[in-house]
Write a protein that binds this ligand. Structure first.
Ligand code: SF4
Length: 370
């Protein structure tokens, strides 16, 4: 049953708790503009109207969660322990000075009852209100991802033995090589399979994690989109869906998207070009895996060919998943003085795969140089 609060519970015997909180306090500033009057109707359908024990009042629950985020109290137990002795949180959430606070598990139950879809609707409604108030626009957005360490113990990790049966009869060194390629030794989390092993740029330590993808509007720093995935998700794959959600929500074309080099993939540049969004994303330096690296091959967009360091033509051929093979003629390479460095062992011609959005990546690199 939906809980309800009485107006007198906001007051305390010597006046309002509000009198004890400075105007510039974070919660006082938020309270001046926060309007959650619509929240009760939003979640009413999730509760029985005539039966059951009254639950925590929806606005109180959201205010508690907000106070937790704003004050850096991300664990419910810690939040409720702090709320019990913190006058500002008590006032912000509508509790009296001596009023008993709900158990921390009430917040967990509310999250389970409302579910992800309902929280997203609440979030979207909040963003729409910010757009209406002119503090968010969605025209210029800054996008970033951060790893969130999953709350699981190291004991809950197990090794995934992929293709174990198929590899059993292979020679030892081949087993070792295939295991590295197929992720045979990858750890998985048995208690929370949604958390996958990943490393952050800062610490190279593999940890079970989630990844939070956040988009912030340039006008006043309002978060206009958020998504949480498993830790190993590549941030590049989340960028365009995030922009699409922002455009739907704000009804504004995202003209400029900024992100760090973690998003610098040809397919990201290509996708942003096609949707006429300027990508302010620093391209990564090309990894050098060969003695004759790719940057020494010139792509000729007009004729759709690749020119090798010796000026020979590599023509487009077979398509693969995200690109095409470009192949030289064997007779050109046979006479070439660079053949020993350029060709892979046993090959008589040169074959490279260019991603479909390679030209967009080249344009991004050129922009960076200008
Ligand atoms: S080996 Fe072939 S592709 Fe490589 S530089 Fe020589 S001619 Fe060009």
């Amino acid at each position: 049953m939906l809980g309800e609060r009485k107006a007198e519970q906001f007051e305390f015997f010597a006046g309002s708790l509000r009198d004890l909180i400075p105007d510039e306090h974070m919660l006082a500033r938020v309270a001046r503009v926060l309007d959650l009057a619509w929240l009760r109707d939003e979640v009413a359908s999730l509760y029985c109207s005539h039966n059951g024990r009254p639950g925590i009042e929806p606005e109180t629950a959201v205010r508690l969660m907000l106070a937790g985020f704003l004050l850096g109290l991300v664990h419910d137990r810690r939040l409720m322990r702090e709320a019990a002795v913190n006058v500002a949180i008590r006032w912000f959430c509508g509790f009296g000075l001596t009023e008993r606070l709900p158990d921390h598990s009430s917040l967990t139950r509310i999250r389970q009852r409302w579910g992800e879809a309902r929280f997203r609707r609440i979030f979207e409604r909040t963003v729409a209100a910010c757009v209406g108030a002119g503090i968010a626009k969605g025209e210029v957005v800054h996008i970033d991802a951060s790893l969130v360490r999953a709350d699981v113990s190291w004991e809950a990790l197990a090794t995934r033995w992929v293709d174990k049966v198929g590899q059993e009869n292979a020679p030892l060194d081949e087993q070792e090589r295939d295991a590295k390629q197929t992720g045979k030794y990858k750890k998985i989390c048995t208690t929370d399979p949604d958390a996958t092993m990943s490393t952050s740029g800062r610490s190279q330590r593999l940890e079970p994690s989630y990844k939070q993808h956040t988009s912030v509007c340039d006008v006043a720093g309002v978060i206009v989109d958020i998504a949480v995935t498993t830790g190993e998700t590549n941030e590049g794959s989340e960028l365009v869906p995030a922009i699409e959600r922002i455009e739907t929500l704000t009804r504004t074309h995202v003209a400029i998207a900024t992100a760090d080099a973690g998003y610098a993939y040809a397919k990201v540049y290509g996708a942003l070009e096609r949707r006429r969004t300027d990508a302010v994303i620093p391209p990564k330096a090309e990894p050098i895996r060969s003695k004759v690296p790719m940057r020494r091959f010139r792509y000729d967009a007009k004729h759709d060919v690749l020119k090798c360091p010796r000026g020979k033509i590599l023509k487009a051929g077979r398509a693969v998943k995200h690109g095409r093979f470009f192949t030289s003629r064997a007779r050109d390479c046979r006479r070439c003085d660079m053949a020993a460095l350029c060709l892979s062992g046993g090959r008589s011609d040169k074959a490279v795969v260019l991603g479909n959005d390679y030209p967009a990546l080249l344009r991004a690199r050129r922009r960076r140089l200008n």
